[in-house]
Design a binder for this molecule. Structure first.
Ligand SMILES: Cc1ncc(C[n+]2csc(CCOP(=O)(O)OP(=O)(O)O)c2C)c(N)n1
Length: 340
């Protein structure tokens, strides 16, 4: 039940060369998607962009621990990396950003609020922490049906932990010992609210003890450490051991969205200091030092990703907008079937 800090890249030897490259590829893709989103917003092509810069390692690591075809993800809006790592299509992400008819919600939702039932990716809600109660309900269903090889991954920011719904989800998960992994992406800021104004104890993971389960703190700038922590939590969950709260300490480098200006509420010194730990160059350096990749190979990976992102956005931009006569589609309930 104790909160255990984990060392950077502990147990890395257990990862294959291919897995390490997959982690970096996902991190570079996240950053490229972010950069493109902010550009598209400034070009007036998409209404809003939402960056996850700083969360790359956390999301690449957590996404790799997700078991496709079995697990269900209850993500939040700052989760492009986890979505992509769980198999969500890059084109579908941009269809959401461009609000095209081909988007998974028919161009109806705010950007990145996507869903893919076939891939086990639940619909994203902007209502902070609402996914947490849904997640424990899904985990309860797995237990109730004796689907013992399935787990739920539920993600949120540290700001979400101030919501009543978050506490209800923690308590329910603990009482019923459901197979859920709670992943807090603690980036220190909830729009303009710093963590010091959000909670007196900055370690979210320690709250798990109050509910009766284990909390784990992990370096959110280290994809390997996050992967191992989430993987261990998943193994515990499918083994009948109940929930784990994994807290990945990270940082949000950009504004909350393109609709706010982070310069108005935090110092340049703070951001610059955090940048020295930027997870993307840090992991690149690490892979070069470990002779997993050369700097030339990383450069060509980066170019390949940039080309893919540009080609994808060019193609998606050509797709149609929702037809005006579809305005009332999906507004009122039609025939439904259970989601999971
Ligand atoms: C119930 C609810 N209250 C307030 C908001 C407005 N809001 C949107 S994002 C956000 C900050 C959330 O911060 P955090 O959970 O730390 O996640 P981050 O965006 O930092 O990744 C707030 C308050 C909302 N969407 N839903």
């Amino acid at each position: 039940m104790a909160t255990k800090p984990r060392g950077a890249s502990s147990g890395e030897a257990t990862l294959s060369h291919e897995q390490l490259v997959t982690l970096l590829r996902n991190m570079l893709l996240q950053r490229a998607v972010d950069t493109r989103g902010f550009q598209l917003n400034r070009q007036g092509k998409i209404g809003i962009a939402m960056g996850s810069e700083g969360h790359e390692a956390t999301q690449a690591g957590a996404g790799m621990a997700f078991v496709r075809g079995k697990d269900v993800l209850y993500p939040y809006y700052r989760n492009t990396g986890i979505l992509l790592a769980c198999g969500f299509e890059l084109a579908d992400l941009f269809r959401s950003q461009f609000a095209r008819a081909t988007d998974t919600t028919g161009g109806r939702s705010i950007i990145n609020h996507v869903t893919d039932k076939a891939k086990g990716i639940a619909s994203i809600s902007s209502i902070i922490a609402s996914q947490c109660t849904h997640a424990v309900g899904a985990a309860y269903a797995f237990k109730y049906r004796s689907q013992r090889d399935r787990a739920v991954l539920c993600t949120f920011g540290e700001g979400a932990t101030s919501e009543g719904e978050w506490h209800e989800a923690m308590n329910f998960a603990a009482i019923h010992k459901v197979p859920v992994i709670f992943l807090c992406e603690n980036n220190q800021w909830a729009i303009s609210t710093p963590i010091s104004k959000q909670m007196a104890n900055p370690n979210v993971a320690e709250r798990a003890q109050g509910y009766g389960f284990e909390g784990v703190i992990v370096d959110g700038f280290d994809p390997v450490a996050v992967y191992l922590a989430v993987k261990a939590a998943r193994e515990k969950a499918v083994g009948g051991g109940g929930p784990t709260l994994v807290e990945a300490k990270s940082y949000r480098f950009l504004s909350h969205t393109t609709d706010d200006d982070e310069r108005t509420y935090r110092t340049r010194e703070e951001v610059a200091q955090q940048r020295t730990n930027d997870p993307v160059p840090r992991f690149e350096r690490h892979l070069i030092e470990k002779r997993v990749l050369t700097s030339e190979q990383i450069e060509s990976l980066r170019s390949e990703i940039a080309r893919t992102v540009n080609e994808t956005t060019d193609a998606v931009e050509e797709e149609p907008l929702p037809a005006p006569e579809s305005l009332y589609t999906n507004v009122y309930a039609g025939p439904t079937e259970p989601w999971i």
